[in-house]
Design a protein around this ligand. Structure first.
Ligand SMILES: [Fe+2]
Length: 256
């Protein structure tokens, strides 16, 4: 049974913000802070006071509201080290293996570089929840801007090693387009076909497709399935390494 309450809301064109709240201690953590107004609105709707802000990476759509939100709420800001504008208001810089105390639990920090070099993901083992930022999406993964494909594959492999019942909160509603691409590289996967149909139906009703379960991603997300014989056969890459297959899938997505 999860102890915390979760509130996910949209901001910008397709970003998801999340609030995590502990009814016992009344502590509340925000994942990222791309839009101070939307985060404040979400806090007001729930009647929650913000105590923690956890920044995944420096991109503006995750950090532009940080200064204002931190000033308005007095929340303590945790995030990656770095010299970009998005790192400016981080109070405690954390890195791989660190733990952040929240409501009597420990949030584990995972460094998952690739999309950006500073990318952090936040894992709550006691809740079976992981906030994967722009590293792992529902049926997708982040575009590799600052790192390289090998680095991104290592980062995704770290997430794949989490328990399969981990609930994956990612930062964007990209799933419908991701499903179209996934079917192009894994066309015989019946679980993927079923999931794509569910996603279409959810989106038609305006419902979110985030969060998802890691086990669902392992069965249907092509970026986690570099070792799958069906995908390898489809790509003609039976003898390649997993990292090479991943690089080919990521390159195809960039050009899709
Ligand atoms: Fe990003």
């Amino acid at each position: 049974m999860p102890r915390f309450a979760y509130h996910q809301f949209l901001y910008g064109s397709d970003n998801y913000g999340v609030l995590v709240h502990d009814p016992e201690t009344q502590q509340t953590a925000a994942i990222d802070a791309g839009d101070a107004g939307r985060y404040r609105q979400a806090l007001d709707e729930k009647g929650w006071q913000l105590s923690h802000i956890l920044i995944t990476h420096h991109h503006g759509d995750h950090t532009e509201g940080l200064e204002e939100l931190a000033a308005q709420t007095g929340a303590h800001v945790y995030g990656p080290a770095g010299n970009n504008a998005g790192h400016a208001h981080i109070m405690t810089r954390v890195s791989d293996g660190d733990e952040i105390a929240f409501a009597g639990e420990q949030i584990k920090v995972l460094h998952t570089p690739g999309h950006t070099l500073d990318m952090l993901n936040f894992h709550l083992p006691t809740e079976s929840v992981c906030f994967t930022g722009d590293t792992l999406f529902s049926l997708g993964c982040g575009r590799v801007f600052e790192g390289d494909f090998g680095m991104m594959w290592n980062s995704l492999s770290k997430l794949m090693a989490l328990p399969s019942d981990t609930i994956i909160y990612s930062s964007h509603e990209y799933t419908e387009a991701n499903a179209r691409f996934a079917l192009s590289v894994d066309p015989e996967n019946q679980k993927l076909k079923n999931r794509a149909a569910e996603i279409d139906s959810k989106r038609r009703q305006g419902q979110p497709t985030v969060p998802s379960l890691l086990s669902e991603e392992m069965a249907t997300n092509p970026f986690l399935r570099a070792s799958d014989s069906g995908i390898r056969a489809h790509l003609g890459m039976q003898g390649a390494t997993d990292a090479e297959v991943f690089a080919e899938i990521r390159t195809r997505k960039d050009n899709f």
